[in-house]
Design a protein around this ligand. Sequence first.
Ligand code: IVH
Length: 681
Amino acid sequence: MNPQERIAELTNRLNYYNHQYYQNSVSEVDDFTFDKLLAELTSLETQHPEFRQPDSPTARVGGTISKEFKTVYHRFPMLSLGNTYSEEDLVEFDKRVQKGLNGQSYEYICELKFDGVALSMTYENGVLVQGATRGDGVRGDDITNNIRTIRTVPLRIHKTDVPALFEVRGEGFMPLAEFERINKEREDIGEALLANPRNAASGTFKQQDSAAVAKRRLDCYLYSFLSDVEVFHTHEESLIALKEWGFNVSQTWRKCTDIREVMLYINEWDTKRFELPLNTDGIVIKVNRYDQQRDLGYTAKSPRWAIAFKYKALAASTTLNGIQYQVGRTGAVTPVALLTPVLLAGTIVKRASLHNSNEIERLGIQLHDTVFVEKGGEIIPKITGVDLNRRTEKSEPIIYPTTCPACGTPLIRKEGEAHFYCPNERGCPPQRQARFEHFIQRRAMNIESLGEGKIELLIDRGLVQTPADLYKLTTNDLLGIEKVFLDEETGKKRIVSFREKTVENILTAIDRSKAQPLPNVLFALGIRYVGNTTAEKLTDYFGSMDAIMNASPEALLAVPDTGPRIAESVVAWFADPENREYVEALRAAGLQFAGEKKVVEQEGDSLTGKTFLYTGTFENFSREELESRIEANGGRLLSGISKKLNYLIVGENAGPSKVEKARKLNVAMIGEDEFMAMLNV
Ligand code: IVH
């Protein structure tokens, strides 16, 4: 098969697997095979860019960085919808529709109102050619590369009977699970949390680096179809066809024959919507027939054939019984409201986040107040206000602690930060425990068999002071220890015990963790603002723990995507002698301190445009050094001898078959000295 055919085949196959996986939840290949095929396609496309298909799945991983988005005009304006919160208004809307249609019969399609960002996608000859934001309704930002990263958006439609040019519109959103995952990660490294899934989605779509967008798994539900030629007669037909063509259409819509059925739909989804994987804030009611939509027409801003019914944010009132101050891994203190249990949107709410002390002040709440809790766009219910009419003499001001509730150390507040911090990083029990939990997580050292209370027990027994002590544990230390934990919420007892098999598993996992690569080790240290991605970038740039540890702020700032905040945090962390001691203990335990330098500092450009391969050993360079010098001077390393190879660098004990092949293909062979002369430095 020639490269062109192979590229076409791989493109189709991978797109098919993607579709099966993301739309139909069927996994037809394992991840490894998928990644291998994708890597093959990526490499073929790099060699033969002329054969790259417009719907290549390699677009899904992003990689395009733009300075500014291009502005594009919408072929059809993107309108908004009239809103209502009341059933009376809906009845009024229905009357207007009835009147506007002069007594014809009509039907509605009800859909949920998804809470995200309106997107528009244009397909030409079945291929996605443009994706845009709503903007001001007339023109928006061209975010095609970002939209391509959404796995459920087809890059090509495999049906022959689709119009040559059409547009689909829908709501781009961040699934709740993804939002929680990202925030958990951000909390873990001390980053400010994303406010809610809608802002998170809109912020992500506006990022200039599509590879960063690809990392956040956004999704999109389609809800309208537009084209110059008449393809469908009803909205219902369009929803069914879009689904068939491979678009992601939420199957929550329903056809209703009158406004009474619409009300039933509204009531049904009032609480059921909380089971969905995304936030919804209402429903949208649309007249089904396109000819009737045309007859009804538009006002200046919105269609007369559709309306949005918004659910009132679900609220309940309850009593604030107390405040618990939680201390996180980075020492940040977060107040949590303890409430008299109350039913809200089908779940019992006992706790609500208060974010920080500013929030308590802003709300003006006092202990024993009657407060309003709401379930809005956020996942955790929040307190939105106080019922001052019900304040009694029992109520008392909340006195924010000045010392750590866990260890008694005076709290500090850094310039410009909303949180108070407990600075006792090592001694404060919740901080210490969270530090261990951070260390053992899968993305760090992957010793998760130590979770669920086991770490707590080891700390309790004084078996470990820092995570480095884990590497000294023996069977004798662990076997037989146990503790009964009392779950405060359920009142149930839980026994954590170290039996023979458990001990064996844990010790094996600890031992295996020594092979975790440097980015994981660096991340495991728990330096503020150093998440996985930053840890990888630092490793790629510096290549070893020692280089990172001793890097100057200027050197750190040269690392891609590393700003002063990260640089300062890294420098300050390694400047602390106790941290240094900890790092040395980890080194002694045998963790990976050497990594692979991937980003080379440019030394010169004397080798630009030339390709190299080497064989044998050299006096002045190790293999790694030779490779990095080639790259640092603009040259490219090839993996085998071919006509494309310009130079074979021949050292001591060179491989005879390589030399032979190079001779046959007339590839220039040079020695170490000649190579050094070419370097010109
Ligand atoms: S139809 C002309 N359907 O709500 C009507 N919109 O307030 C076009 N939205 O900008 C919109 N779910 O971002 C429609 N099922 C749905 C929707 C929906 C969410 C958003 C959309 C639109 C806004 C209108």
